[in-house]
Design a protein around this ligand. Structure first.
Ligand SMILES: *Cc1c(COP(=O)(O)O)cnc(C)c1O
Length: 391
């Protein structure tokens, strides 16, 4: 066995079911392992490396900032923090931003804000948050509670209380929950990522908006995976034609460095006051400088290209032999295949293409700037593997 994998078994906590590759180097959409094999990576570190590996503009932003100032406490102002907040507000239509270090933390900040908003306006009994079945919101005790999947909860009870679960796309169930409980907010992914790359139905989203408006319930949009260009728009809510009250995001925002962001709209922008929330590393100057270099490039022309690549993938895969269904939005795509997902992943890997899974589907999250040539090469490989022709 590879000596590094042996050492990992000895010294590293066994939290991950890993793929047996030790990755050492990358450029663009391609990554190399320590045996010298090269792969087209359609996972981007789970939608993190928005511009692939070793992107020049990103590298310059990161190295310049690291040389200037790697960290200061949040008692002081720093320019990358402020510039990134400004850019995000301009591009999202939201009003204010809080920075943390991960998706789970961005959701924690959103949940705290929703509870405080409701307590201030409707009293402290109004603290419940509705989340959807099959959702994923993180691994902390509170974001696990928010995650609408029993299997994640077991063995970690008791979780944070106050979460109610609604079957995704069930309008009647949502109505009933909001009539029978004092609800502060509804937390949702517009496209359930870990749950299988499944978009919410537009009718359900419309009903959610109506119910929320009638009862002053906050719409909390978890864009940790869908955000920052991944959906073919800056944020996925733009595909659905509305603006949430709170948006959380992370993964692709800084193109490969840890960051979380919680964005507040008109209603929620002044919920937090000094001392109520914070994060030592949150808004780290290097992560923020990296994020500025990513977000600055997510303009209309670039997003149109993302949508074109998406259409290309759908057109190649939909109805193809060995493919049962293709779901998703932008460059976040789930493929249901005739062959078991493990076999497809391994088959692709053996032919130089790395893909992810979500539940029983193959999941693609390629770098947003992947070239059409690389995309074509990778899709050719996937099509060969899903038919079983390579076996
Ligand atoms: C990945 C993910 C999270 C958790 O993000 P971490 O950075 O791992 O904490 C939360 N919500 C969604 C929708 C995600 O895809």
């Amino acid at each position: 066995m590879n000596q590094w994998i042996e050492k990992d078994n000895t010294y590293v906590a066994h939290t991950y079911g890993r793929i047996p590759l030790v990755l050492v180097n990358g450029k663009g959409a391609r990554v190399q392992d320590d045996a010298g094999n090269s792969y087209i990576d359609l996972g981007s570190g789970i939608a993190v490396n928005s511009f692939g590996y070793g992107d020049e503009a990103w590298l310059e932003a990161v190295t310049k900032q690291a040389a200037a100032l790697q960290h200061v406490s949040n008692y002081y102002y720093t320019k990358p923090y402020i510039r990134l907040a400004e850019l995000l507000c301009e591009k999202s239509g939201m009003q204010k931003v809080f920075f943390s270090n991960s998706g789970a933390e961005a959701n924690e900040c959103a949940i705290k804000a929703a509870r405080k908003y409701a307590a201030d306006k409707k009293g402290s009994d109004c603290y419940r948050i509705i989340t959807l079945s099959n959702s994923f919101h993180g691994r902390t005790i509170t974001t696990l509670a928010a995650t609408g999947q029993e299997s994640f909860h077991q063995q970690f009870l008791p979780l944070t209380e106050g979460f109610l679960y609604c079957p995704a796309n069930d309008i009647e169930a949502l109505k009933k929950l909001t009539e029978e409980n004092q609800v502060a907010g509804i937390l949702f992914e517009l496209v359930q990522g870990e749950g299988g790359v499944i978009p919410l139905e537009p009718d359900f989203v419309a009903a959610m908006r109506q119910i929320a408006a009638e009862k002053d319930i906050l719409l909390i949009d978890d864009e940790v995976q869908t955000g920052n260009g991944r959906s073919g728009q800056m944020y996925a809510y733009m595909n659905y034609g509305f603006t949430p009250d709170i948006v959380s995001t992370a993964k692709g925002l800084a193109g490969g460095l840890p960051i979380g962001a919680t964005l507040f709209g008109e209603k929620t922008q002044n919920v937090y006051e000094p001392g109520l929330h914070g994060s030592t590393f949150g808004g780290n100057p290097i992560s923020c400088a990296a994020a500025v270099s990513v977000v600055e490039r997510l303009d209309d022309g670039f997003l149109a290209e993302v949508r074109k690549k998406s259409e290309y993938i759908f057109s190649r895969l939909q109805g193809a032999k060995g493919v049962k269904a293709v779901t998703g939005i932008g460059l976040m795509i789930g493929i249901e295949t005739d062959r078991p997902v493990e076999e497809v992943m391994e088959g692709c890997r053996n032919r130089g293409v790395l893909v992810l899974r979500a539940k029983n589907r193959v999941r693609l999250l390629p770098p947003l700037n992947i070239s059409f040539e690389e995309l074509k090469e990778a899709i050719d490989t996937i099509l060969t593997v899903v038919t079983g022709e390579e076996a």
